[in-house]
Design a protein around this ligand. Structure first.
Ligand code: SF4
Length: 374
């Protein structure tokens, strides 16, 4: 089994109003100390083996220099066997990089970009506190192509406060015109303790409309499948052969090792663990020679089975009931007879041979379906 590597870079140019990720404002001296700590963590990891995906997430990893990225990648190569043709992704925000810098990232081995476009509406971008405009999105996207990035994923957010269906449709159309290889879309979640949650509470911004967000989701699936995109996971679509190999590991139970503050890991069998969330504490811990792991969990057989169902069903091809029985000794049809027939009648799941999968309506209401398997 080939594992994946996740590397968390917790720095951004400014703080978006809806963000609850472990990230802070970029400062070059802190970033340098952080990179040093990351390199130490990767070099001293007890884990080894073959990997075929590396993912720089954040935060805004593209705020690091190509030399820093190269140092991190060298440490990964020292500790792991990185397969030729590995997928090496970096999250990049519009307006944060020039073509020159993108070429440098490409030359140190980054071959896929996950591009945080979010929306093409400048008012919505401003309300979200994003540091870029739609003109930046267009410019950075063309710089990515100039720098020979031929595997680009667009992130879009639906259900923004005050967003209309027509506004969303315009966003989707403008994204499709650019023909990225991959599209990820998220329904806006309002996390408590974010500025956005306070704005909504004080009536400065309207509450997102969930029914409308559902309509947006369905419309996008229909429109993008007409444009040749395959809906392969609840929130992800791609042109043929461009599924995110890294993210697919999260849904299919492959191992992944996370480095950096707040990074999560899974050994591909039964153990999950996660790192210290705070940047300063993470760096101090590494410098003093201690482990940054703050939480570990050994999954029970039952938890493993539940995860295999609710993560596996995120993939639109579904879960193979026969294979599941061979692996876990449980017949899902028997164990979930009542739930399955209720969901099938409601049009949320469907069966084909040994496969059980979500329908398009089921994908929209996946939380209700998954709640029965947790
Ligand atoms: S760019 Fe991303 S990680 Fe950074 S503050 Fe905005 S939403 Fe959060």
């Amino acid at each position: 089994m080939l594992a994946g590597i996740y590397i968390h870079i917790p720095f951004c140019k400014s703080r978006c109003s809806y963000c609850d990720f472990a990230t802070g404002l970029y400062q070059s001296d802190i970033a340098e100390r952080y990179v040093e700590a990351l390199v130490t963590e990767i070099r001293t990891t007890p884990h080894t083996g073959k990997v075929d995906t590396i993912y720089f997430g954040g935060g805004t990893p593209s705020m690091l220099s190509s030399a820093q990225i190269e140092r991190i990648l060298s440490a990964v190569h020292e500790s792991f066997h990185v397969e030729p043709n590995s997928e090496i992704t970096m999250e990049i925000n519009p307006g944060s990089v020039t073509s020159e810098i993108l070429r440098e990232f490409r030359s140190v081995g980054i071959n896929r970009a996950s591009f945080g476009a979010q929306t093409f509406d400048d008012n919505e971008l401003a309300k979200l506190g994003r540091a870029h405009s739609s003109a930046d999105t267009l410019k950075t996207f063309s710089s990515l192509r100039e720098a020979r990035f031929d595997n680009v994923s667009f992130d879009l957010i639906a259900g923004l406060p005050g967003q209309t269906l027509a506004g969303w449709q315009e966003n989707v159309e403008r994204s499709l015109e650019l023909r990225p290889e991959h599209l990820s879309f998220y329904l806006l979640e309002v996390h408590s303790a974010t500025p956005l949650a306070q704005h909504i509470e004080r009536g400065i911004q309207p509450k997102p409309d969930e029914d409308l967000a559902g309509e947006m989701y369905e419309w996008m699936l229909e429109r993008s499948s007409l444009a040749g995109y395959e809906h392969y996971e609840i929130s992800n679509l791609c042109l043929e052969g461009h599924e995110s190999r890294h993210n697919t590991k999260y849904w299919t139970g492959d191992a992944y090792f996370g480095f950096g503050c707040s990074a999560h890991s899974y050994d591909g069998v039964s153990r999950r663990w996660s790192n210290e969330r705070d940047v300063a504490r993470y760096v101090e811990t590494i410098v003093s020679g201690n482990t940054p792991i703050v939480e570990q969990h050994e999954l029970t057989q039952e938890e493993m089975r539940a995860e295999a169902v609710f993560l596996g069903m995120r993939m639109m091809k579904g879960v193979d009931i026969r294979e599941f029985k061979q692996l876990y000794g449980v017949d899902l049809r028997e164990q979930h007879r009542e739930d399955f027939s209720r969901f099938e009648e409601a049009g949320l799941i469907e069966f084909e041979g040994d496969l059980v999968r979500l329908t398009r309506t089921g994908a929209l209401m996946s939380n209700e379906v998954f709640a029965r398997f947790v």
